[in-house]
Design a protein around this ligand. Structure first.
Ligand code: ATP
Ligand code: MG
Length: 431
């Protein structure tokens, strides 16, 4: 009988010695019974002496849930298993014990879903629509994804692997699924898609962010893209959102011109809206994927500061989870953002890629003059006084680069025919 051992492990992890003391069994009997329990028991063998935990079922798929990473060719590679722990938590049983990133800050133990899976919970504008649709499919899903528990998030991730940000897959389903070509979309169809989205249709993946958007596989580029769009028409609000989207495009151009990687974007007007199309850097051609985790999720696991890009980055360097050279990139991005009135540099607006050992910043996205955006449906007159560049504590060479990028940004924006008269006037008056 293994019942005594199960009952003991139900509430706490235990070593063999502790199990022997509590049950009165010999070491050999405890070992035999633990072996007999098979996958019902998790062995933490990197601890000395090894500890044993009781595993339970999760997401309706058992107690050993595969975790895989999709590579650039679209092939999935099994890297480990997610083991639900009783009474609470998860253990990442890695095939590769050196994986510092996926093991998290506590040797594979997590009090809830691992941070990189929680990051895949539907978020923002599209997330709200997905949660509503999921609640229609199954009433077990709350209509708001912020209310989803780890079981609901896990079930959603398993069933919707193709659409998720980054390259992490959960469960056996994605490993067995046959590759299906994504539906291709032409630019000429964007206006129709945007109209459908605004009427509540879901289009593409669960990418986060509050602004209206959709994802698609673009026919002309043969690339996966994420497309944000302005409100339709000529209202003051619509014009202001166009200005903000244009500022994002010119910010990307300016940053790329000083070799600070930013998303590759294209802007165009169609059907009374302005579209900002951004090539997805977490995808490679049709099937390939690349790792991507938000700094917010990484911060919550390893740092817990929740403050700003640079502070979290500095902590990651101290923890040997990121190379020091990337701090300069993050510093340049923060400085650039503060000089173009980006009031929205939260930890969800920077993402990192990873290998086994460490993280590295991905190209920047959502870098725009958000401070000029309508607030609670009100449009305010353009007003912005940037901090003096000296207050940003840049090295001399960084200051030179930033001045170049800022010059390029305002010039590019002022010369863009699609910009509103008011914004152009403001830029001209503030050289
Ligand atoms: N080029 C890209 N490649 C891959 N992922 C991207 C790209 N651009 C954006 N994303 C992902 O999509 C999410 C939403 O995009 P973005 O931040 O631009 O939207 P938003 O609605 O402006 O966000 P916010 O709520 O911060 O204002 C991002 O958090 C990021 O995860
Ligand atoms: Mg964003």
């Amino acid at each position: 009988m293994t019942e005594k051992i199960i009952n003991l492990l139900k509430s706490n992890a235990a070593t063999s010695k502790q199990l022997q003391l509590a049950t009165g069994y010999s070491q050999a009997v405890v070992s035999r019974k633990l072996r007999k329990l098979g996958d019902k028991v998790i062995t933490l063998d990197q601890q000395r002496p090894p500890q044993y935990l009781l595993s339970g079922d999760a997401f309706g798929v058992g107690n050993k849930v595969p975790i895989s990473l999709t590579n650039h060719d679209g092939e999935l590679c099994l890297v480990g298993f997610l083991r639900p722990i009783k009474p609470k938590g998860f253990y990442y049983e890695s095939n590769d014990k050196t994986s510092k990133v996926l093991l998290g800050g506590n040797k594979g133990l997590f009090t809830d879903l691992p941070y990189y899976l929680d990051d895949l919970r539907p978020q923002g504008f599209l997330g709200r629509q997905i949660a509503k649709k999921m609640s229609r499919i199954s009433e077990e899903f709350p209509t708001k994804s912020s209310y989803w528990n780890s079981n609901q998030i896990g079930r959603f991730i398993i069933a919707n692997n193709d659409d998720l940000t980054g390259n992490i897959a959960l469960g056996e389903q994605p490993l067995l699924r046959l590759k299906k070509k994504p539906k291709t979309t032409k630019r000429s169809e964007y206006a129709t898609i945007a109209n459908e989205i605004m009427q509540g249709e879901i289009f593409g993946s669960s990418a986060g962010g509050e602004q209206p958007k959709f994802t698609a596989f673009n026919h002309e580029l043969q690339s996966h893209v994420i497309v944000k769009f302005s409100p339709k028409g000529e209202s003051e609000i619509a014009h202001r959102w166009r200005d903000v989207l244009l500022s994002e495009h010119h910010a990307n151009q300016a940053l790329n011109s000083i070799s600070v990687e930013a998303a590759q974007t294209h802007v165009f007007e169609q059907g009374g809206r302005l579209f900002l199309e951004s090539i997805r850097f977490d995808r490679k051609s049709m099937f390939g994927k690349c790792p991507m985790i938000s700094l917010q999720a990484i911060d919550s696991e390893f740092v817990g500061s929740g403050e700003n890009w640079l502070k979290t980055g500095q902590k990651l360097v101290q923890l040997k989870l990121m190379q020091v050279q990337y701090l300069s990139t993050i510093k340049l991005l923060s400085a650039f953002g503060s000089l173009i009135n980006n009031t929205d540099m939260h930890l969800g607006n920077l993402s990192l890629t990873f290998n086994n050992k460490e993280f590295k910043p991905l190209p920047i996205y959502d870098m725009c003059s958000m401070g000029f955006a309508p607030k609670a449906s009100e449009v305010h007159a353009f007003s912005f006084t940037p901090s003096p560049i000296k207050s940003l504590e840049l090295e001399d060479n960084e200051e030179v680069k930033i001045k170049r990028a800022i010059g390029c940004f305002w010039k590019g924006l002022a010369n863009d025919k699609r910009l509103s008269k008011e914004f152009r006037k403001f830029i001209k008056a503030h050289p």
